[in-house]
Design a protein around this ligand. Structure first.
Ligand code: NAD
Length: 478
């Protein structure tokens, strides 16, 4: 299909496109299951045909290995699409609700109405997955969309623009590339829903802008996701999973383990297992991790400098490097680095790390780890390694986090039946599968009353003694 969008000058046309999508939104209110599925299938076909282009674009942006792109950018999209195709029929069906005695004679149902024109603002760290994933949910719900991908991944943003241009009219789905100014001018428009993925600080700006139009928001944010290693954990298994989960995408993952609380009885053994897991995964032939083709690079100089300064600050304040520690500014390489002797005045414990540094703290009483987690903003994910039982259920009950995983990390992102999202500082609302569909749908409660006399008629004025008695009984019994 001819690119219908490149000729349109970006910023000026945002309003115009928005207006055209308003019209589409009215048409799409009536869209059928088949029509929505057809739109979603266009994306699946395009992704399959252009898989190598996706790998190349993301490699150009931050040297992400092709296998990792397949696993964390392509597979989540194809599986989200397949899940949506198989379930959308049931999600769209109006849901009947039960009738309480006080409402006898009526019937109630919930209708899933598309919210309307939606804005998706994406981050750079999984630039394809985290813009196209929400797009699938929006299309499933019947919403036209404007997408603003991250300016920090120009190759992937251009590829997203190409894909959308080839598949949709601007009045259906449109991509506006650009940075903060572009985002701000889009945020001024009265969207029906905004789906934002990014940092908590920008999340606040998005929510403030949304408040001006009373636009609903889904905010997929970040934070410091803790790991608790109980004395009963299988340490080899835990180490393998932690290193795999932490270092995918060079640890630039919203749900990457941010810091570890290891029980004092097992901390040293855990560190040994983690070192050997890093060696096995990233340097099996002992040539140096920098030579590994399986480790992505830091996205840009600003983030490299931020992480380098964080590492220096930790060392200056007494942190001990257990593994790694080397950096190469030219290539924006930071070695997987395990740190101990951590104290809470270090920057590494005060902000989301979002990079290959991994502080390991120890605890002897679980209460201490739980109180520490509860004294800080609610994390996006919490990971517990140990036996399932009293201790793990204490952790689940006594802490609050967007998601929690027992005996693994990060992989919950791929579970289509679980809501994915944060709580307060780590996010508002949830994504994926049915939860993504609901994010872009208004759940309209519809009540049907019969014509003429009904039991509500008995409660109308004048409020005679008999009426008042009836109301009292209603309160007492129903
Ligand atoms: P970011 O908040 O800097 O940027 C995200 C998007 O917001 C970009 O498109 C950017 O152009 C736009 N933006 C930046 N400043 C803005 C402003 N002042 N006004 C309006 N828009 C603005 O985030 P990032 O650096 O791209 O991503 C990293 C953050 O995202 C981390 O905190 C990470 O944990 C989080 N994250 C969360 C999830 C999740 O699913 N919960 C997924 C990935 C990343």
């Amino acid at each position: 299909m001819i690119d219908q969008q490149t000729t349109i000058s970006k910023q000026d046309s945002a309003k115009e496109i928005f207006q055209s999508q308003k019209k589409t939104a009215l048409d799409w209110r009536l869209s059928t299951f088949k029509e929505r599925i057809a739109r979603i299938k266009l994306i699946r076909d395009w992704v399959k045909e252009n898989k190598v282009d996706i790998q190349n674009a993301i490699f150009e942006d931050f040297k992400k290995p092709a296998a990792e792109t397949d696993l964390s950018e392509v597979f989540p999209i194809t599986s989200e699409i397949n899940h949506t195709i198989s379930k959308l029929g049931s999600w769209m069906k109006p849901q009947k609700v039960g009738t309480p005695l006080a409402m006898i004679g009526t019937s109630g149902k919930i209708i899933y109405e598309p919210k309307g024109v939606s804005l998706i603002i994406g981050p750079w760290n999984y630039p394809f997955n985290l813009t196209i994933g929400p797009l699938i949910s929006a299309l499933a719900a019947g919403c036209p969309v404007i997408i603003k991908p991250s300016e920090l991944t120009p190759h992937t943003s251009e590829l997203i623009h190409r894909m959308i241009s080839e598949l949709f009219k601007p009045s259906e789905v449109m991509v506006f590339q650009g940075g903060v100014d572009m985002a701000k001018s889009l945020l001024a428009l009265p969207f029906d829903h905004i789906f934002f993925t990014g940092s908590p600080s920008v999340g606040k700006i998005v929510m403030e802008a949304a408040a001006k139009n009373l636009t609903s928001v889904t905010l997929e944010l970040g934070g410091k996701s803790p790991v608790i290693i109980s004395p009963e954990a299988d340490l080899k298994d835990a180490a393998e999973k932690l290193i795999g989960g932490k270092y995918i995408n060079a640890a630039q993952t919203c749900v990457a383990p941010d810091y570890i609380f290891a029980h004092s009885e097992v901390k040293e053994r855990l560190i040994l297992e983690m070192k050997s897991a890093i060696q096995r995964m990233y340097d099996p032939n002992f040539e140096g991790i920098e030579k590994s083709k399986d480790l992505a690079r830091i996205i840009n100089e600003k983030n490299f400098d931020r992480l380098n300064a964080m590492l220096k600050d930790a060392i200056q304040l007494g942190a001990k490097i257990e593994f790694g520690g080397s950096v190469n500014q030219r290539d924006r390489f930071i070695e997987p680095t395990l740190l101990t002797n951590i104290n809470h005045s270090m920057k590494i414990m005060q902000e989301e790390i979002f990079g290959p540094l991994l502080p390991i703290l120890e605890y002897s009483e679980l209460d201490h780890a739980i109180s520490f987690i509860n004294a800080n903003p609610k994390p996006l994910a919490l990971y517990y390694f140990g036996k399932k039982g009293q201790e793990s259920s204490r952790v689940l009950k006594e802490t609050s986090s967007g998601n929690a995983v027992l005996n693994d990390c990060v992989i919950h992102f791929l579970h289509p039946n679980l809501p994915f999202g944060g709580v307060n500082n780590s996010g508002i609302g949830s994504a994926h599968g049915h939860f993504g569909f609901l994010a872009f749908s208004h759940q309209k409660g519809v009540l049907s009353q019969r014509v003429g006399y009904n039991n509500v008629s008995l409660m109308r004025p004048p409020y005679t003694t008999a009426t008042r008695e009836l109301i009292s009984k209603l309160i007492k019994w129903l």
